[in-house]
Write a protein that binds this ligand. Structure first.
Ligand SMILES: [Zn+2]
Length: 231
């Protein structure tokens, strides 16, 4: 019933995890950590191509996500397949995440920061918020879901949460050695990223992660808001 993984990444859309945490994921997997992805929505509205059909786009984006995850050494990708731009903070969505936390029993959960002032994609806000709620208190508390307990899914205490996209980052992760594989994973998302030499994707990214590493004794960093939970 349970299949332990040290890290669970809950991403709103296919491609967000690559922007947010792929450099750190590649480092973790190279250190032998088991990482799994949970993809909340099917991303079926992420296009400006007038000929693209939603079903086709969802299918393409799953393939892109699987290719990126494979490059990063992610063990498993779970697709929840909620329609893009339609996530709500519902008891059903929260329970889906609780069920997976209790099943995989991660030490670290990574997701999108729920709070940015002003413009922030609704699916990112809701994925982050619902995942935090699932971590605490719902995955932890024995009486929260008697039916999950009956299925054999015991409560679980996550030790650490990392939020990407936070305006108040307090934690940096060294991605100097894994920057190239992060870029390669991002490039798997062909439906989302126009990447020809003139767009300078890699150069722009390098500058960005260099800025985030300022003051550290390494070159490139991803930044997070980190929450440590008391055991
Ligand atoms: Zn997104």
């Amino acid at each position: 019933m349970t299949k332990k993984a040290q890290v669970m990444v809950v991403t709103p859309h296919p491609d967000d995890a690559e922007f947010g945490v792929a450099g750190t994921v590649a480092r973790w997997t190279s250190e032998g950590k088991d990482v799994i992805y949970v993809v909340s929505t099917n991303g079926d509205k992420g296009t400006s191509d007038t000929n693209m059909k939603p079903d086709e786009l969802a299918r393409i984006r799953e393939q892109e996500q699987l290719a990126a995850a494979k490059l990063l050494g992610v063990r498993e990708v779970i697709f929840l397949r909620h329609p893009d731009q339609s996530l709500e903070d519902t008891p059903e969505f929260r329970k889906e995440i609780v069920r997976l936390i209790r099943m995989y029993r991660p030490e670290i959960v990574v997701t999108a920061a729920p709070y940015r002032r002003y413009l922030w994609h609704r699916d990112h806000r809701i994925t982050g918020r619902v995942t935090l709620d699932a971590v605490f208190p719902y995955a932890r508390d024995i009486l929260a879901y008697p039916d999950l307990l009956e299925e054999g899914l015991q409560p679980h205490k996550v030790e650490e949460v990392l939020l990407w996209g936070a305006e108040d980052a307090n934690y940096r992760s060294n991605i100097t050695d894994t920057f190239d594989v992060k870029i390669a994973a991002l490039r798997c998302h062909k439906s989302q990223i126009s990447d020809n030499p003139s767009t300078g994707l890699k150069e722009r990214m390098r500058e960005r992660y260099k800025t985030l590493a300022e003051g550290e004794d390494y070159e490139l960093a991803e930044a997070f808001h980190r929450i440590e939970l008391r055991r």
